[in-house]
Design a protein around this ligand. Structure first.
Ligand code: ADP
Ligand code: MG
Length: 238
């Protein structure tokens, strides 16, 4: 049984059928990448898993529990937003502590968790700075720190690196992969960038107009793309 399972998940906005019907199982600890062209429904699918959108029909289970219709806070997942979602007037410490404070955790435990996350992300000497005094990569790490302190069952990333320049993107790709090795927590990562998908994923889910074209490891998709769409998108030689 998958840790996160989508069964016949369908989503339409008004009359627009954005996700016709998706079945997918994500295993515990996997790094799963949703890849596909702009507008194919990657963010919608991630937001359905997060609970930020309601399914039109179908079911989502997490650890065997049906969470369909449950609000995001009850699902135990953490969405990592792009770094510009940080609070500019708050220190790095306060930005990372924010979700714990909102959850009513006591200050001593908040302090311990914030410092542990900062150590994991090499942010220890930046805790008193404001986001505006950090580099783009450091800001992105703060956004990840805000997710880590909640010890989520899974991290959900929606194109977290798309605002960064190419060389920083490469560095952050490695950092997120290392974080996955270190934490061994399930990660679902949305991107339209084939290179990110091929280098980071244990499992790639190729989306096209809201449908799953193929699911497989980077090597499986490269060697044996099911159709021309997958071949073209993954850049395999077929
Ligand atoms: P992607 O993340 O792959 O670029 P999205 O999931 O953002 O794609 O969007 C998929 C489709 O759903 C697009 O056609 C988009 O216009 C539409 N869509 C997304 N959110 C909404 C919404 N809240 N209302 C109406 N249409 C939406
Ligand atoms: Mg998107």
């Amino acid at each position: 049984m998958g840790m996160i399972e989508l069964k016949g998940v369908h989503k339409s906005f008004g009359g627009t059928n954005v996700i016709p019907k998706v079945d997918l199982a994500i295993q515990n600890g996997e790094f799963v990448v949703f890849v596909g062209p702009s507008g194919c429904g990657k963010s919608t699918l991630l937001r359905l898993i997060a609970g930020l959108e309601d399914t039109t029909s179908g079911h989502i289970t997490i650890d065997g529990r049906d969470v369909t219709g449950e609000p995001p806070a009850k699902r135990g997942l953490a969405m990592v937003f792009q770094s510009y979602a940080l609070y500019p007037h708050m220190s790095v410490y306060k930005n990372i502590a924010f979700p714990l404070k909102m959850a009513g955790i006591d200050p001593a435990e908040i302090d311990r968790k914030v410092k542990a996350a900062a150590a994991t992300l090499n942010l220890t000497s930046y805790l008193e700075r404001r986001p505006g005094q950090l580099s783009g990569g450091q800001r992105q790490r703060v956004a990840i720190g805000r997710a880590i302190v909640r010890q989520p069952k899974a991290f959900l990333f929606d194109e977290p690196l798309s605002n960064l320049d190419a060389s920083l993107r490469g560095t952050m790709r490695l950092e997120i992969s290392e974080l996955h090795h270190q934490l061994k927590t399930t990660m679902i990562y949305v991107t339209h960038d084939q290179v990110e998908a091929m280098t980071m994923a244990d499992k790639i889910v190729v989306l096209n107009a809201g449908n799953i074209e193929q699911v497989g490891s980077p090597m499986e998709l490269y060697r044996n793309p099911r159709n021309l769409f997958v071949a073209g998108f993954i850049g395999s030689p077929r």
